[in-house]
Design a protein around this ligand. Structure first.
Ligand code: GCO
Ligand code: MG
Length: 403
């Protein structure tokens, strides 16, 4: 069974998505998520100009060999653009293999290890009353785990907080990134009170998570971790810049608040020290951006040696194809932890009809052969690409900071 056709579909039903579509000589179609938020067209070119022509004529069943061919064979290894492109090929080939075998991908990975994948969703508020209301709303929907982000007094728009009535969407449409002002001291003064209020209102049971988005120094992060210990967080995410394992080592030495990192990692090499030295409790890699199902499984197997669990990134920029891939992996691994679930707009779900479903706080990938996601191409074509960027952050004096 040969790969006969490789096509990159770009669509923007409210936000941009890039999807690789592979079709075999037997007429089997597979999809892979190739969306890299704010740098979408770089992956489109990588796939269209350099990968698609190499795929034509290859045996669609040779997933691992194709992965090695694209990774080692390029000579230039790693990085978000290449690894997102390789991820899309890998996921599309697993989709094809599942369809050919008549089995959902999780069955090919060894079968279900649990009934469903515990999911957390986002709640945010510009102030505390708004956040309390938002968390209550998510718990009422059945979520047992909620990520809480609150506006900081005297700061304008901050990461993770929805500005209007709609869901939080970090990428802003427009030719240039938005600019936000950041002040770590104001933030650090505020966050412990937010979690004290959440525990007071909702009691000890709901799992509460928080994302710092790589903004603190190790000492600031250590202080925050300690201050949050009485409030029993499920995890504190991305406290320091992800490329520096020694920063996490320092944080780890000072707090027992569980830590998560890794949504910006692309390969097992980015994760190796952090996993082997147990510098976090959850690793945020996902099939999209991290080399696909084949590579993420390898990373999670390494994590298992250190009792580290999965916490796959599942923000809106992970397309339904990427979400399905994460769920098939999550259902089939022993060390699953939690899955982020930021539901897409109904229009996105219409463009990508899918079998995965949410019920009673968990997600299940469904039992359709392959990934269980398709693409409505005529509808996708009605929503062409729109330039969109993630914001940048500057300190009050104008210095560019981590966003
Ligand atoms: C999360 C992430 C997102 C990212 C976004 C970038 O934890 O969900 O931090 O909000 O900012 O996915 O593309
Ligand atoms: Mg995050």
């Amino acid at each position: 069974m040969r790969i006969e056709h490789a096509e990159v579909v770009v669509t923007s039903p409210g936000r941009n998505f890039v999807t690789l579509k592979l079709v075999t000589s037997d007429g089997v179609t597979g999809y892979g998520d190739a969306t890299l938020n704010g740098r979408e067209l770089a992956v489109v070119s990588y796939l269209r100009d350099h990968v698609a022509p190499l795929l034509i004529g290859r045996d669609a069943h040779r997933i691992e060999d194709t992965w090695q061919y694209l990774y080692r064979g390029a000579y230039w290894r790693g990085g978000p653009v290449a690894m997102t492109a390789i991820a899309a090929v890998d996921v599309a080939l697993w989709d094809i293999k599942g369809k050919v075998c008549g089995l959902p991908v999780y069955q090919l990975l060894g079968g279900a290890c649990r009934d469903g994948c515990l999911a957390y969703t986002h709640a945010s508020g510009r102030d505390l009353p708004e956040l309390l209301e938002a968390v209550a709303g998510k718990l009422a929907l059945g979520y047992r785990a909620v990520r809480a982000q609150a506006g900081v007094p005297d700061l304008g728009k901050v990461y993770g907080v929805a500005t209007g009535d709609g869901a939080y969407e970090p990428a802003g449409r427009g030719a240039r990134p938005d600019e936000e002002v950041w002040d770590s001291r104001a933030y650090l003064r505020h966050v412990p009170d937010v979690f004290a209020a959440l525990r007071e209102q909702f009691g000890p049971e709901p799992a509460l998570l928080h994302d710092v988005h790589h903004r603190l120094t190790p000492l600031q992060a250590a202080r925050l971790g300690r201050a949050l210990e009485p409030h029993d967080l499920f995890w504190l995410e991305d406290v320091t810049p992800a490329e520096d394992p020694d920063a996490l080592r320092l944080v780890r030495g000072h707090t027992v608040t569980p830590l998560a990192i890794g949504e910006v990692f692309n390969t097992i090499w980015d994760c190796r020290t952090i996993l082997q030295d147990r510098l976090v409790d959850y690793i945020r890699v996902k099939p999209s951006h991290t080399g696909g199902i084949s590579h993420v499984r390898r990373i999670l197997a390494l994590a298992e040696l250190s009792q580290i669990r999965s916490g796959c990134h599942g923000a809106t920029d992970i397309s339904p194809v990427g979400m399905a891939a994460a769920l098939h992996v999550g259902l089939a691994i022993a060390n699953f932890g939690i899955q982020e679930h930021q539901p897409h707009d109904p229009l996105v779900d219409e463009v990508f009809p899918h079998a995965y479903r949410f019920a009673d706080g968990s997600l299940h990938p469904g039992d359709e052969p392959g990934l269980g996601v398709s693409l409505d191409e005529p509808l996708a074509a009605r929503h062409p690409y729109v330039a969109a960027y993630l914001p940048v952050a500057r300190l009050v004096d104008g210095t560019l900071h981590d966003w």
